[in-house]
Design a protein around this ligand. Structure first.
Ligand code: F6R
Length: 607
């Protein structure tokens, strides 16, 4: 979704901004722009399309000492050069970039138009430039504060003014913003990836904070002008982790990284003597954990499917009632928060607004919400009452892959801990630990068989409709497989419970609509085999994704993909990997933009 960057310092600002925007590309965008201050005026360059198109229109001599830049993911107004940010006021002295949505912009626009302001774009964001202009009387920070006090909605805003060379004002409410401290230079951006090439020292902002920065320093205040003391954090990611390396796409790299990322998510978190997990970040004593009567997981997209797998297993192994809810729905349902219910919010980015808003609603009602996040220092990680980092390393491809298996890993550790406190005995705890520890190697074996998955993609990538069917723990995996194919290959795919198909979707079956069945060696296998036969009887092509040596499934199916055998509770880890690779290879064969699929954003910071 929209990305923002600002820079004050001795380097040519345009280069810092353009390379920073390049690193924000992965968030998803459709146009971009920069504004740089030079010789008492502002130069603004905006372009629809990729950053390379913007780079082409920025002249080599356009360098100023400070500036702001933006990647836009359109919400209000079409995708074109005009609607791209930065936006300027009537005088052309003020430029702003905005990430988020201003919900009351129509009323503000009417008022400003009535006062004589001329609007040039269809965006909600442009009101910010005109509001700052209307409030400005020599103090830019004061004008920004007066402006944001009128705004309803979400924002991360950067503002610059020609009368204040080397100065940027930043303000946030609901949209991420982070300051990067350099030596004689300062960076500000919506995420650390924009500045990681220049600095490791960062400061994360909270809602309601306003920062004034220049190349020499910064000052953070709240809306009542009280100074706020900020903690400086260190980024532990290496720049190389954000590069594609030898891989043609980030998505493929991240799928392959799962041998390592799953290992990282569990490393140092086992207590072998007690056959349990050590999760200090939960900030909960054993006594408090014992008092948990119910676990509710909230999330969106792929993280939601990871949650569904975990809820299923929490009930069956730890015997704790659990459900997973879409954060976007839960928030507006006036949720009932009961004593003894523990909430988890799962979010790779830690910035998904639907999830963040649901957390705030739950916390307002007194709930304890723990976060399962990848991005260290992200808003959800900071606002939750404790949690577990999954330590996947940066996930750059828009389609989430390695985060899913790492989220499972972190929450499987929680299941182990809860089960061991209840009805799981020491030997079963040890078996569970052994099972989890074996996952990275088993994923490695699946990755070794990628060629077979590519062949299957070659055979099926031209179909228009696909069904993904699974049961039990692998029902959410079927949903995730369908989501991946939709997202990156733009093939219509439905994920369904294999049992439910006879209640409706079977009407879709014909010789052109393949069904991929997930058939682990579990207690539902026989039933799934019957469901496969029902499809075959109606001439539907069937692909079986099953355990090595499953000749029954192979006999029914037209095509087979095997994964190594494993205890049934671990099958989601293995079943999801071929589905990720299948979507990747279909997308590749169809010539799709694999890492930045159309219309999608990595970090969804609007509702
Ligand atoms: C799917 C995908 C999205 C995200 C969803 C939640 O490949 O990327 O569905 O899973 O937007 O994002 P996070 O986990 O960052 O909250």
């Amino acid at each position: 979704m929209c990305g923002i960057i600002g820079y004050c310092g001795p380097r040519p600002a345009s280069e810092v901004l353009l390379s920073g925007l390049k690193r924000l590309e992965y968030r998803g965008y459709d146009s971009s722009g920069i504004s740089i201050g030079t010789g008492g005026s502002l130069k603004v360059f905006k372009k629809e399309g990729k950053i390379s198109a913007l780079r082409n229109i920025v002249p080599a001599d356009a360098d100023g000492a400070w500036g702001i830049g933006h990647t836009r993911w359109a919400t209000h107004g079409g995708v074109n050069d005009t609607n791209a940010h930065p936006h300027t006021d009537c005088s052309g002295k003020i430029a702003i970039c905005h990430n988020g949505i201003i919900e009351n912009y129509l009323g503000l626009k009417d008022r400003l138009t009535g006062e004589g302001h001329e609007f040039r774009t269809e965006t909600d964001s442009e009101v910010i430039a005109h509001l700052v202009e209307s409030f400005y009387s020599g103090d830019l920070e004061a004008a920004v504060k007066s402006t944001v006090s009128l705004l309803k909605g979400t924002y991360g805003i950067l503002v610059m003014h020609t009368d204040h060379p080397d100065q940027i004002i930043g303000a946030r409410n609901g949209s991420p913003m982070v300051l990067g401290l350099g030596d004689g230079e300062m960076f500000i951006a919506s995420d650390v990836s924009a500045m990681i090439a220049h600095t490791r020292q960062v400061i994360y902002f909270e809602d309601g904070e306003v920062v004034r920065l220049d190349s020499k320093g910064y000052e953070v205040t709240d809306m009542r002008n009280r100074p706020v003391d900020k903690k400086v954090d260190n980024i532990s990611w290496e720049l190389e982790e954000m590069e594609k390396g030898a891989y043609p796409h980030y998505m493929l790299k991240e799928i392959h990284e799962q041998t390592e990322s799953v290992h990282r998510a569990m490393s140092g978190r086992f207590d072998d003597d007690q056959a349990t997990a050590v999760l200090g970040g939960l900030n909960m004593s054993e006594r408090e954990l014992l008092g948990v009567r119910r676990v509710v997981i909230i999330a969106a997209g792929t993280s939601y499917y990871a949650g569904q797998v975990v809820s299923y297993l929490l009930e069956s192994l730890a015997r704790i009632p659990s459900s997973t809810e879409l954060a976007s729905e839960l928030r507006y349902r006036n949720p009932i928060v009961e004593e003894g219910t523990l909430y988890f919010a799962i979010s790779q980015s830690g910035e998904t607004l639907d999830t963040l808003m649901a957390i705030r609603e739950l916390q307002r009602k007194g709930a304890r919400v723990l976060g399962i996040c990848n991005v260290v220092g992200s808003t959800i990680a900071r606002e939750s009452d404790g949690g577990v980092y999954i330590h996947s390393g940066p996930e750059i491809a828009v389609a989430s892959t390695k985060a899913f298996t790492s989220q499972l890993t972190a929450l499987y550790l929680f299941i182990l801990k809860m089960a061991r406190m209840r009805n799981m005995a020491w030997p079963e705890g040890q078996d569970f630990i052994d099972g989890l520890r074996s996952i990275p190697d088993l994923i490695g074996r699946i990755l070794d068989g990628e060629e077979r998955i590519r062949e299957l993609a070659q055979k099926y990538h031209r179909v228009e409709n696909f069904l993904f069917l699974g049961r039990g723990l692998n029902y959410p995996v079927a949903l995730e497989g369908a989501l991946k194919l939709k997202e990156v290959a733009y093939i219509h795919a439905e994920g369904y419970s294999a049992a439910e198909i006879k209640h409706g979707p079977i009407a879709l079956i014909n010789e052109h609509t393949p069904s991929l069945f997930i058939v682990p060696d579990d207690h539902l296998r026989e039933k799934v085999l019957s469901n496969m036969k029902e499809i075959k009887a109606r001439k539907g092509p069937v692909i079986a994704l099953c355990s090595e040596g499953d000749t029954d499934a192979a006999d029914i199916a037209d095509d087979v993909l095997y994964v190594p055998r494993c205890p049934e509770e671990f099958s989601p880890f293995l079943m999801v990997v071929p589905l990720q690779l299948f979507a990747y290879h279909c997308a590749l064969l169809l010539g799709r933009d694999v890492d930045q699929p159309r219309n999608l954003a990595k970090s969804v910071t609007v509702e």
